[in-house]
Design a protein around this ligand. Structure first.
Ligand SMILES: CC(=O)SCCNC(=O)CCNC(=O)[C@H](O)C(C)(C)COP(=O)(O)OP(=O)(O)OC[C@H]1O[C@@H](n2cnc3c(N)ncnc32)[C@H](O)[C@@H]1OP(=O)(O)O
Ligand SMILES: N[C@@H](CCO)C(=O)O
Length: 379
């Protein structure tokens, strides 16, 4: 099969195919919302589809807390899994790469190739660790804008994202109102409630109480993996639902672990969580986890702009906001609030509530309703 036949086969299968991560380097100082400055930064990103002649078909994808720039396609034929939103993005898929130029970057402060706490500070030759500036959602957005400026993209057709990605989407529409045509935030919030902030604090404490954390000064190969794994185990429960966990695991015993009276793995769900925790330590940096969960907590559109209404009053785009009935982390009402405020402010906004019982991570799984409405909203 030659290259064009292979492209056609992937096209028919709705697959993006092989993709390559790229680096955008910004060689000048960047000052964060906190007032702290770094001398330069890099954002790792990927693109799918083609930018059209007038550069009017660009869609930005914003990732969630532990996501990254790799949201579709594969890096190598040996990859076990494609990018994290491969069901949503591709030829003929809801975010159709036959029509749109899709771009996604690893956020500033991240650990998948973008500049973050594990990066070397060029001024000292040492890793930033905790000298890295505090990151806010608005910093993620402003650095993404610099990336898009490098493509000379005059405006975005849409910004799409779930959870922390949804916060970035909302911030984009406020920060650059003339640049954005449509927003599609989902499973998100305009500010975390106390319970969500509390869960993040437990995760941070698990990391910071691990002696290997060492005030943030650890070698990449010897980080606080025990604390990071516990943080992920706890957080992962908040991404699921009672119903979905019960359906998947119930009270089933893990094969080979059916002895009574032990603190070893007994139930399948325990094995599952330990796996989720351990595998997370292979792909994520503990300090980035601290910084990003702080960014989630600091995000407060009402606090920053006086009220939610005043915040959304600045938007000029159309919005479709999606909440999931079983999302108890960022409950549907917190998504609907954004639409109600937009409508009060005379904006064009719709709210879609999807009845899925998979919890907060519902936005990541196959959902015909979400796919159909995403396609319709973008057309
Ligand atoms: C938006 C973003 O930026 S994405 C960010 C990065 N991605 C995420 O955070 C996704 C995390 N969330 C999940 O994985 C969510 O569970 C879902 C709902 C989205 C995925 O659901 P599913 O595809 O059904 O995966 P599931 O939750 O069953 O986990 C499967 C994994 O658990 C493992 N597993 C399942 N049961 C067990 C068990 N009893 N013991 C040990 N491991 C187990 C599987 O082998 C599989 O491993 P793999 O991921 O290495 O293939
Ligand atoms: N499970 C996703 C969503 C969290 O909000 C993540 O880890 O990024």
């Amino acid at each position: 099969m030659n290259a064009s036949e292979e492209d056609q086969r992937l096209d028919e299968a709705g697959e993006v195919g092989l993709v390559e991560p790229l680096d955008f380097h910004y060689p000048q100082p960047f000052t964060f919302e906190s007032g702290q400055t770094i001398p330069e930064f890099t954002l790792r990103y990927e693109t799918y589809g083609r930018l059209n002649a007038d550069k009017s078909n660009a869609i930005l994808i914003a990732h969630a807390l532990t996501g990254d720039h790799h949201c579709a396609g594969i890096h190598s034929l040996r990859d076990r899994k494609p990018g994290w939103w491969n069901n949503m993005i591709g030829p003929g898929k809801p975010i159709d790469t036959k029509r749109f130029f899709v771009i996604c970057s690893n956020c500033i402060g991240g650990c998948q190739g973008s500049t973050g706490p594990a990066s070397i500070n060029p001024e000292t030759g040492e890793p930033y660790h905790l000298t890295f500036p505090f990151v806010n959602i608005v910093d993620m957005v402003r650095t993404q804008k610099l990336l898009l400026d490098s493509f000379e993209i005059p405006h975005l057709y849409a910004v799409v994202g779930g959870s922390m990605g949804g916060m970035q989407v909302l911030q984009w529409a406020i920060e650059y109102p003339d640049y954005i045509h449509r927003i599609l935030p989902m499973a998100t919030t305009w500010r975390q409630n106390s319970q969500a902030i509390a869960f993040d604090e437990v995760g941070r404490q698990a990391i910071m109480q691990d002696p290997a954390w060492n005030q943030g000064n650890y070698e990449p190969s010897a980080g606080p993996n025990v604390g990071l794994a516990i943080a992920r185990m706890m957080a992962h429960i908040t991404y699921l639902s009672d119903t979905s966990m019960d359906r998947k695991f119930g009270r089933r015993r893990q094969a080979g672990h059916d002895s009574k009276y032990s603190f070893d793995i007994e139930f399948e769900v325990e094995s599952y969580l330990r796996y989720q925790g351990e595998s997370f330590t292979n792909r994520f940096d503990a300090n980035t986890y601290l910084y990003f969960t702080r960014a989630l907590g600091y995000f407060d559109l009402a606090g920053s702009y006086g009220s939610l209404d005043k915040a959304v009053a600045q938007m000029k785009c159309r919005a479709l906001v999606v909440g999931f009935t079983s999302d108890w982390l960022f409950p549907p009402a917190q998504n609907r609030d954004v639409v109600l405020a937009m409508l009060r402010q005379g904006k064009e906004a719709s709210y879609l509530q999807i009845d899925l019982d998979l919890g907060h991570d519902s936005f990541l799984v196959d959902s015909p309703e979400l796919f159909e409405l995403t396609r319709a909203f973008l057309s």
